[in-house]
Design a protein around this ligand. Structure first.
Ligand SMILES: [Fe+2]
Length: 340
C-alpha cells in the first residue's frame, strides 16, 4: 500500500537520474508516491532534449501523460495533455523527445521496467490500449460521474475506466471561483497531479501547479475552493463514491465504519453474508452522522442539554428495553442511554 502523501509539490524536490536497467539516459524523475510491496509508483519525469528510448514494453500497467513540451512516439508528435493507457506488455515504438519534455508516469501494478521489443508480449491485453490528446480531443463534461456529486463547476474528462474495479483516470478542472463546502472521503485511494493552477482544501491548504497527492481511502478532504481555476489529472484505484458530511473531526476508522454502516442500512443481506462473521450484530457499525451530538432543536427539544439531565448523544433505530426484538444483541450489556 502507498502511504498518504499530502500536501506535496514536485517543484520542491530535485530530479534524480533514472538508473534502472533498460531505460535510456536523459531520463530524470521525481518520485511522487511509491508502493514498497509492488514497486508501483507515480513519477514526474523530465526527458532531456535528444532522449531516445528503444521500442519495448513495461511488465506492468502504465499510464503516461505529457505535461509540457513534445514527445515523439513513433512518427507521431504528442503535446501537453496527451494521455496513453498502456496495458502490461504493450510495446510502444521508439519514443523520443527532440527538444525535451515533462511527463507524468504512473506505474500502477509494479515497478517501472522496460523490455526492449518491437512486439507486444503474447499475453498483453492489447485491446485495452488507448491514447488521446485529452486537451484538444475530449470536451469537458459534468463532474457528476458519481452521485452524490461534486459541486457544479468541477468538470471532468474521463480518460480510462476499468469496468471490473470501476477504477478511473480522468482529467478534472475547477472553474475560477469554484467552491464546495462539504467534507468528502471515499472507499478508494485517490491520486491527483495538478497540471496547472491552484486549488485549496481545508485540511491540506493550497495545491499549486506540480502539486500532488496520494490519499488512501477514508481520509477527510474538503471543503474545496479554487480562486483562479486549475486543471489536474486524477485517478482512483477502485469505485469512487462520495461520502459527504460536515464533521471535520471524524477519523479514518470512523469514516470506514460509516461506509460499512451505509452498506448495512442499504444492502442488509449483502452486509449479513459478507461482513457479519460471527453473528448479526443488531447495531451494525456506527454511522457517526446518525449518532453524533447535534445542536439545536430536534424532536422539539434541545438534544444537547436534555431536561432529564442526561445527554441524548446516542441514536438507535430500536429500543433496548424491547426484549422481544429480533434484533436483541446476545451480548447485550448495559448502555448509558435513555430512550424509554
Ligand atoms: Fe476526493
Amino acid at each position: 500500500m502507498r502511504p498518504h502523501i499530502e500536501p506535496f509539490c514536485d517543484r520542491d524536490v530535485r530530479f534524480k537520474n533514472m538508473r534502472l536497467p533498460g531505460f535510456a539516459t536523459g531520463m530524470r524523475y521525481k518520485m511522487l508516491s511509491f508502493d514498497p510491496e509492488t514497486g508501483g509508483c507515480t513519477m514526474s519525469v523530465q526527458l532531456d532534449a535528444g532522449y531516445r528510448q528503444a521500442p519495448g514494453f513495461s511488465w506492468g500497467e502504465r499510464e503516461l501523460t505529457v505535461i509540457e513540451g513534445e514527445l515523439q512516439v513513433g512518427d507521431r508528435t504528442c503535446r501537453k495533455g496527451h494521455y496513453f493507457f498502456l496495458p502490461a506488455g504493450y510495446a510502444l515504438p521508439e519514443v523520443r523527445s527532440d527538444k525535451g519534455c515533462l511527463v507524468l508516469e504512473m506505474h500502477n501494478t509494479g515497478e517501472p521496467s522496460h523490455e526492449e521489443s518491437t512486439e507486444h508480449h503474447p499475453q498483453a491485453q492489447v485491446d485495452l490500449y488507448h491514447d488521446v490528446d485529452s486537451f484538444m480531443d475530449i470536451p469537458w463534461a459534468m463532474g457528476n460521474v458519481t452521485k452524490p456529486s461534486v459541486a457544479a463547476g468541477c468538470l471532468i474528462k474521463l480518460l480510462n475506466y476499468n469496468p471490473i474495479s470501476h477504477a478511473m483516470t480522468f482529467l478534472y478542472c475547477m472553474a475560477p471561483g469554484f467552491w464546495q463546502d462539504n467534507i468528502s472521503y471515499h472507499d478508494c485511494a485517490e491520486e491527483s497531479y495538478h497540471l496547472w493552477g491552484t486549488s485549496w482544501m481545508m485540511q491540506f491548504g493550497d495545491i499549486p501547479t506540480g502539486g500532488y497527492f496520494w490519499r488512501p481511502a477514508y481520509i477527510n478532504h474538503g471543503a474545496f475552493a479554487s480562486e483562479f481555476g486549475c486543471i489536474a489529472l486524477g485517478r482512483t484505484d477502485s469505485k469512487l463514491f462520495n461520502h459527504f458530511h460536515y464533521n471535520p473531526w471524524s477519523t479514518p476508522v470512523e469514516n470506514a465504519d460509516r461506509s460499512l454502516a451505509r452498506i448495512y442500512q442499504r444492502d442488509p443481506l449483502l452486509y449479513k453474508w459478507a461482513f457479519s462473521k460471527d453473528h448479526n450484530h443488531p447495531h451494525g457499525p456506527e454511522d457517526f452522522e446518525q449518532t453524533m451530538k447535534r445542536r439545536g432543536d430536534e424532536d422539539g427539544h434541545d438534544t444537547e442539554h436534555a431536561s432529564d439531565g442526561h445527554r441524548h448523544d446516542h441514536w438507535h433505530g430500536h429500543h433496548h428495553s424491547d426484549h422481544d426484538s429480533p434484533h436483541r444483541h446476545p451480548l447485550d450489556e448495559p448502555h448509558d442511554d435513555h430512550h424509554e
